[in-house]
Ligand binder design. Structure first.
Ligand code: AMP
Ligand code: MG
Length: 436
């Protein structure tokens, strides 16, 4: 960018504050869908297809009955009513999985079960309910199958018949790359005879928390120390998004320690790094310096609140690193805006946007010229979504995220939103795009 000057080392240089949209576009320009891998169809659940699926068969493969009843020639029963039924001789019986030995000739019928192939000569099925067999119990029917039935209702050609290819025709393109595999796609693949499919590989996302103040979860608190929560939030978010978290532990606020951990992440095959902390303007904020030494910083600082001190760069070899802010709320909000779409793109997703609704504000909101992401509770009342804030919005107050189910977006240029105004809200827990 025009006003960007790349100087690294203790003096981080001058980086222009950029918009959320520009930051996202620049991050996405440096990540690509990962290469395909073959997985069994059950393991493909939630993954993104990287091949086209064309059917080499028709589904169903043959005309078959949609009902339990009698396969008939529709012309034979065109006049049938309950008052003047038509009598037909029953010449055979066919269950699902078998083929009738006989043909349906004029004046005859073949008893047929749902899913059984329509016998030659028949063009329709009369349901049991419309025949004299309906008067008899199942036991009676099995013990002494009727050799003649009364048909009490007319059918037209193709009635109660599922034609071959009704679901999928031979040669049909059934799925295209980018389709997210759900239970129904797995079922379709099974019916096509596909045991495995090609999906995009899942990214390995290295997670590195930084800060001399950080303690492991099991450690007792000590003066000046806090527990490391970002690593856990990030690992959980990576998993939820479909990536594989690779945890690099707590990095100390020294260049040497961070460099060593980043190198170990590269050795462990990281496709993306997520650091937290160390990207602000404090004396020990060394992530940016490390990015300069081990790669190249692309931008620093985004016009958003919370989450301003975001850093992005490429490590030597091109592996992207998103330097999330340290404050736990900022880290999460920044993950949702930047890391989530990057991971989704690597997974092959086409729809990278977080689901949004328009909601009526129950509280007024003030803003300061940056795009604000306000933790809100969205509820539905009389067909409208309503949003109220979770209260204290400090970027260190992680329970504000825990209370929230959405992030209300206040645009940069909007400095005040009164109660009752409409606002866009990103829904935190709604499922990812389906690529439909
Ligand atoms: P920093 O940007 O490194 O100055 O961190 C900003 C704030 O976030 C500080 O109050 C840190 O203690 C806090 N912080 C940084 N990393 C973590 C973490 N992994 N877990 C919880 N809090 C953190
Ligand atoms: Mg720090």
């Amino acid at each position: 960018m025009a006003c960007e000057v790349a100087i690294f080392g203790r003096n981080h240089g001058v980086f222009a504050l950029i918009s959320v949209d520009e930051a996202l576009a620049r991050i996405l320009s440096h990540v690509q869908p990962l290469e395909p891998e073959r997985v069994s169809i059950l393991d493909a659940m939630g993954r993104v297809l990287s091949e086209e699926i064309v059917s080499d068969i028709a589904i169903p493969p043959f005309d078959n009955s949609a009902m339990d009843g009698f396969a008939v020639r529709s012309a034979d029963v065109a006049q049938a009513t309950p008052e003047s039924p038509v009598r037909l001789a029953v010449v055979d019986s066919v269950a699902a999985g078998y083929v009738a030995a006989m043909r349906v000739e004029p004046g005859t019928a073949i008893r047929i079960m749902t899913g059984a192939p329509l016998p030659t000569g028949a063009d329709a099925v009369v349901p049991y309910e419309d025949t004299s067999d309906f008067d008899r119990s199942k036991d009676a029917r099995l013990a002494a199958p009727a050799d003649e039935i009364e048909v009490r209702g007319a059918v037209q050609a193709r009635d109660h018949v599922r034609p071959a290819g009704e679901d999928v025709y031979e040669g049909e393109q059934v799925m295209v790359p980018g389709r997210v595999i759900r239970a129904q796609e797995i079922g379709v693949l099974a019916s096509l005879g596909r045991e495995s499919v090609l999906v995009h590989r899942r990214p390995r996302v290295a997670i590195l928390a930084t800060g001399d103040e950080l303690l492991e979860v099991h450690e007792p608190l000590q003066p000046g120390k806090i527990r490391n929560s970002n690593e856990y939030t990030n690992a959980a978010l990576v998993t939820r998004t479909g990536g594989i978290p690779v945890r690099l532990g707590i990095g100390r606020d020294t260049e040497a320690d961070l460099i060593e951990r980043i190198r170990s992440g590269l050795e462990r095959g990281a496709d993306l790094f997520l650091t937290s902390g160390g990207v602000s303007v404090g004396d020990y904020d060394v992530v940016k310096d490390v990015l300069g030494k081990e790669g190249q910083m692309q931008f620093w600082q985004v016009r958003m609140k919370p989450g301003k001190p975001l850093a992005f760069g490429l490590l030597t070899g091109g592996v992207p690193l998103i330097g999330l802010p340290g404050n736990p709320v900022s880290a999460m909000v920044s993950f949702e805006q930047f890391a989530r779409p990057a991971i989704l793109k690597m997974l092959g997703h086409i729809d990278l946007a977080k689901p949004e609704v328009r909601a009526v504000l129950d509280d007024p909101l003030t803003n300061s010229g940056r795009r604000a992401f306000v933790r809100v509770i969205v509820s539905q009342r009389l067909g409208n979504y309503h949003a109220r804030t979770t209260g204290e919005q400090g970027s260190g107050v992680l329970t504000s995220m825990s209370k929230a189910n959405g992030l209300a977006i206040v645009p940069e240029e909007t400095l005040y939103l009164e109660e009752g105004s409409e606002v866009a809200v990103q829904m935190l827990d709604w499922p990812e795009g389906m690529g439909l």
